[in-house]
Design a protein around this ligand. Structure first.
Ligand SMILES: [Zn+2]
Length: 245
């Protein structure tokens, strides 16, 4: 039995053109979220969200700029998990799609977990200012660098989906009742990225291949993909305490 719970860890105000080529520059609110997978082999957390330092100081990480963090007290991942009856020490495995600050911001809260990250992503992110190490490059944490598709638990597999960054990965989950879903991180910010096959990315060719791969993983059923920063899609999903089984 696997159960998927999705919860908000904050949001960012950002120009839509950061997500889709040709879109307007008008600022929109984009949710930031994490997901808990309860499995017979333990609790798996997908991404750790924004660090709570941003509740009081939205500009704490990058200063005043194009991206504005929006975070409420309840958005802290530790609070979200507590509301579900899960302590940080109850999380066995953390999967980071990648190590940007809105996906790995609370890695430090899970010293007992094993972090599954693609090895080439770890190597790429280390020391880079736009992957602030203060949130993830912490000596007490246990990283398990992996290569390619790797089984995390029964029905749970990481799949490389590079383009947004080298070694970016998605999580493919085969749920007993719902069937297959993909938590795709920033491989697709919005449903529009998948529908159009276009996305803003440092490596656009790799990113387009990843969009195609994600579509193939769900047989083109885009309702089965949980995109990373998609306000319109977010409104249609089940959120904690509701679950997908
Ligand atoms: Zn990112």
């Amino acid at each position: 039995m696997i159960e998927l719970t999705i919860f908000r860890t904050g949001g960012v105000e950002i120009g839509a053109s950061s997500f889709v080529p040709g879109a307007t520059d008008q600022k929109t609110f984009a949710p930031v979220w994490s997901a808990l997978l309860r499995t017979p082999e333990g609790n798996v957390l997908f991404d750790t969200g924004l660090h709570p330092v941003h509740i009081e100081r939205p500009e704490a990480t990058f200063g005043p700029g194009s991206l504005k963090v929006v975070m409420a007290k309840d958005d802290a991942v530790v609070s979200r998990l507590a509301a579900l009856g899960v302590r940080t020490d109850d999380v066995t495995i953390v999967v980071n799609s990648h190590l940007h600050f809105d996906h790995a911001g609370n890695n430090g809260a899970f010293p007992k977990a094993t972090f599954i990250v693609q090895g080439d992503h770890l190597a790429f992110a280390k020391g880079k200012p736009n992957f602030p190490g203060v949130y993830w490059d912490i000596p007490e944490l246990t990283y398990m660098p992996v290569t390619g598709r790797v089984r995390v638990a029964t029905g749970v597999e990481v799949v490389p989906t590079p383009g947004h960054a080298p070694g970016h990965q998605s999580l493919v989950v085969d749920l007993p009742e719902t069937g297959r879903v993909v938590l795709c991180g920033d491989a697709a910010f919005t449903r529009e990225n998948l529908a159009r096959g276009e996305i803003r990315a440092p490596d656009e060719a790799a990113a387009k291949n990843s969009l195609a791969l994600i579509r193939s993983l769900v047989g083109d059923d885009l309702d089965r993909v949980f995109t990373s920063h998609d306000a319109a899609s977010w409104a249609r999903w089940r959120h904690a305490p509701e679950t997908y089984r």
